[in-house]
Design a protein around this ligand. Structure first.
Ligand code: SAM
Ligand code: SF4
Length: 341
């Protein structure tokens, strides 16, 4: 039986006055795809012993909920390939049902949605983000190195039928999917999906692909879209860093996540937990706190809560991502699949 220390009620506020109310959890570093901008083909994954059990992930998440976290996002690697994931999602859903959590959600590549869409809704998940960079099956296979587009499209259909709201995440890749942005906008409009474009971030060694070749500033994407679509500014926010417009012709929303061309750190409300129990206070910085040790040292949450508070007290002001001719290496050595974006 875990106990809540008396300090647990005080919210998590960092040194810059930002309240931390959003926890993203990478439940596994493993994935059934190998997207070229995210992983090397021959990735080595963590030994299972280093990875938190699902019960331990539940305990950390629940401690965060007691500390004022209102939004939980499961990510990865691919969250839906972790064995027993539906049990974790069901268990965490109790916080939504109790009103202690506003949102339980996940970011997925969609390959397993055909199996889990119904489970997610039952557990209290209302919205999901699905990553999809192209509607062309050959390109999809090239980007993901071995994925099948039809499986993802089938999963999206299952999500829709189950009643999940879907937001598509598309990484803008120069020379790869930049000829498909209009098509993606139209398709998302038809399907009733929101669409968010993401700039490639310099994280982790990824093999031969040079980042400078992939990088496409979203200012250019937006300018291109504006040639065909009427983009109306709206002040819709999802608690994340995306800025949204509404497409007058489709009624759909388009978000832009611009870590490189627009620094979104001033409103950052989030921290990220890896599947080994390491807490990163900033996506673009290396400083991290080990939560696995305090978690395993005692069944009481006192040490864990103290470690979380100490970590939040060190949350940095922002990241220093930059991609140009002089900075082609990763800003941080870890891959996106470690912290889940
Ligand atoms: N496997 C799941 C998926 O693909 O949605 C969840 C994890 S994935 C790391 C989360 C998001 O990060 C995806 O939308 C992916 O496209 C994005 N991503 C991965 N590497 C990235 C990079 N270097 N720059 C920008 N986005 C990246
Ligand atoms: Fe896997 Fe997601 Fe990374 Fe693609 S972006 S390799 S689906 S973790």
């Amino acid at each position: 039986m875990t106990t809540v220390p008396p300090t647990a009620a005080a919210p998590l506020v960092d040194p810059f006055g930002r309240t931390v109310s959003y926890l993203r959890v990478s439940v596994t570093d493993r994935c059934d795809l190998r997207c070229v901008y995210c992983m090397a083909e021959d990735m080595s994954f963590l030994p299972k012993a280093e990875v938190l059990t699902l019960e331990e992930i539940d305990r950390v998440c629940s401690a965060f909920v007691k500390l004022g976290t209102r939004k939980l996002r499961l990510t990865g690697g691919e969250p839906l390939v972790r064995k027993g994931i539906h049990e974790l999602i069901h268990s965490l859903g109790r916080h939504v049902k109790a009103g202690d959590l506003d949102e339980l959600t996940l970011t997925t590549n969609g390959t397993m949605l055909f199996k889990y869409a119904g489970d997610l809704v039952e557990a209290g998940v209302r919205r999901i983000n699905v990553s999809l960079d192209t509607l062309d099956p050959h390109k999809f296979q090239a980007i993901t190195r071995w994925g099948r587009l039809d499986k993802v499209l089938g999963g999206l259909q299952a999500a829709k039928e189950a009643g999940l709201q879907v937001k598509i995440n598309t990484v803008a890749l120069k020379g790869v999917n930049d000829d498909e942005f209009h098509r993606l906008v139209g398709w998302c409009g038809e399907q009733g999906f929101d669409l968010t474009f993401i700039e490639v971030m310099p994280m982790g060694e990824i093999g031969d692909e040079a980042r400078l070749d992939q990088y496409l500033p979203l200012s250019l994407v937006r300018a291109e879209l504006a040639k065909r679509w009427t983009l109306d500014e709206i002040d819709y926010r999802t608690g994340g860093p995306a800025r949204y417009v509404r497409v007058a012709e489709t009624g759909g929303r388009i978000g832009f996540i611009t870590p490189l061309t627009h620094n979104f750190c001033e409103s950052c409300n989030r921290v990220r937990l890896t599947c080994t129990g390491t807490l990163y206070m900033c996506l673009g910085q290396e400083d991290a706190a080990d939560l696995r040790t305090p978690l395993r040292l005692s069944d009481d949450d006192g040490l864990l809560v103290q470690a979380v508070r100490d970590a939040i007290a060190r949350k940095p002001k922002g990241h220093d991502f930059i991609i140009d001719r002089r900075h082609q290496g990763p800003a941080v050595p870890r891959h996106m699949s470690v912290t889940g974006g």
